[in-house]
Design a protein around this ligand. Sequence first.
Ligand SMILES: [Zn+2]
Length: 138
Amino acid sequence: MIDVSEPPPKGAMLSISTCQATRSDGEPCAAPVGEAGFCFWHDPQRRGEMLEASRKGGSRKAVPLPVGRPIEAEEARGLLAATLAGLLQGALDPTTARAAAYILQVERKIAEGEEMERRLSAIEALIPGGNGKTAWHR
Ligand SMILES: [Zn+2]
């Protein structure tokens, strides 16, 4: 008799059917499916959960979606990791992954610029005898 409580061998795990979604480049999604016939990335229910998590401020595990608001540094790193994971699992096409990585890079550049400006303003405020730039024009 076969003991059904045994986990399936690794070979059987590989034969699990793939996600029924189509990637943005038209290729079928190659990521392994979850409960609803979709992978982690394309599960419509999970997408709702991710949006909810994003609204609540998000946990480390959640993938926050950048819906028209600035991305925090930690979120940006999370998105980058999620993009890489999606790409490696076959759920994300390389073009989208590359574009996402580029956008995140631009976002970080902007954030760095803002941080520099903020620190410069703080230093200027510390210069005695004047408020900011006027101190230089006495
Ligand atoms: Zn998928």
